[in-house]
Design a protein around this ligand. Structure first.
Ligand SMILES: [Zn+2]
Length: 309
């Protein structure tokens, strides 16, 4: 919605809604949840929006394999989005690296940090009962591998085997590039995507009947988004694949929209603030709108200082 008589075409507002706040704000990068245009505080859909539910496919343990090839092809054929979790140590496989290079040129995938070693144990795991320094070094190592090998900055993270502790929260807070924590801990400085629904029952086995039963029982349609975890590398049994396809068809009927984690993050946190500086006025408004459009920020709120409209 554009107020104060600005025409949409004049500002080339393809995807940006402009909301004018007649106060002086200084420029600040968006804080998490600071502009939740689309989401209630609880993560439930608000009555004021009729937006489609966002589905984020959190796809764990990405490697170079036939099972993964089938999954990736499906995502491309349907032209939807998936987030592929990579363990740093797997990047010594050149076939995997070549594939990541190829997929990173496409619009369907986002890679995320799934640790360095994926070690899981009873006494300790990569991110549980290990020191802050150890956890930080593992987080940074995978971030750096992606930067060095592919020029990619990873924005999302999840621990292997759901094992984390308070050191994980502290270490993640010191990795500024990571903005999203799948199934994160309370008190995290990242946007934590909750685990409201499941596709696999148990882990590695998609189950259509259980998915639908929980979908209805827990009223999963009420959430603004669902982050759904899958392990396509384990789907060697044809039944697993068929069950996954049925679940996806069920979701398609609900008219959901698939996003990467970063796209979802941007859609709910976009705030662009124009400073009350010497270059304010229509030019700075234009620059802010261009910035929002360049980042495909669907729900950007542009804050203007008084006197610039
Ligand atoms: Zn894993």
């Amino acid at each position: 919605m554009v107020k104060k008589g600005f025409s949409k075409s004049y500002f080339n507002l393809k995807r940006v809604e402009v909301i004018f706040f007649l106060f002086v704000f200084s420029f600040a990068s968006p804080g998490i949840g600071s502009a939740s245009a689309n989401t209630g505080k609880s993560g439930l859909k608000t009555s004021s929006n009729n937006k489609k539910q966002v589905i984020i496919l959190k796809s764990d343990d990405f490697i170079f394999s036939e099972e993964w090839k089938r999954y990736v092809k499906y995502i491309e054929d349907k032209d939807i989005k998936a987030c592929l979790g990579v363990v740093g140590k797997e990047l010594d496989n050149e076939s995997l690296c070549e594939w990541i290079r190829l997929l990173s040129t496409k619009n369907n995938f986002e890679f995320w940090n799934h640790g360095l070693t994926h070690s899981c144990g009873e006494d300790y795991s990569e991110f549980k009962n290990t020191s802050y320094e150890y956890q930080l070094s593992h987080l940074q190592a995978t971030q750096q591998l992606f930067k060095d090998k592919f020029g990619i900055t990873l924005r999302a993270f999840n621990v292997p085997c759901m094992d984390s502790d308070e050191n994980t929260t502290r270490a993640l807070a010191d990795v500024e590039d990571i903005k999203i924590w799948f199934f994160g801990r309370k008190g995290a400085s990242q946007l934590c995507l909750d685990r409201n629904g499941n596709i696999e029952f148990p882990y590695g086995y998609p189950d259509y009947n259980k998915f639908v039963e929980r979908y209805n029982k827990n009223r999963l349609g009420q959430y603004d988004h669902l982050a759904l975890q899958v392990h396509p590398g384990f789907w060697r049994d044809e039944t697993c694949w068929d069950e996954f396809l049925k679940i996806m068809d069920y979701l398609f009927q609900k008219e959901v929209v698939f996003m990467t984690a970063s796209e979802y993050y941007q859609s709910i946190t976009a705030v662009i603030r124009v400073t009350n500086s010497s270059n304010n006025g229509p030019g700075s408004l234009r620059a802010a709108i261009d910035q929002a459009n360049n980042h495909s920020l669907e729900n950007a709120e542009i804050f203007l200082p008084a006197g610039t409209y």
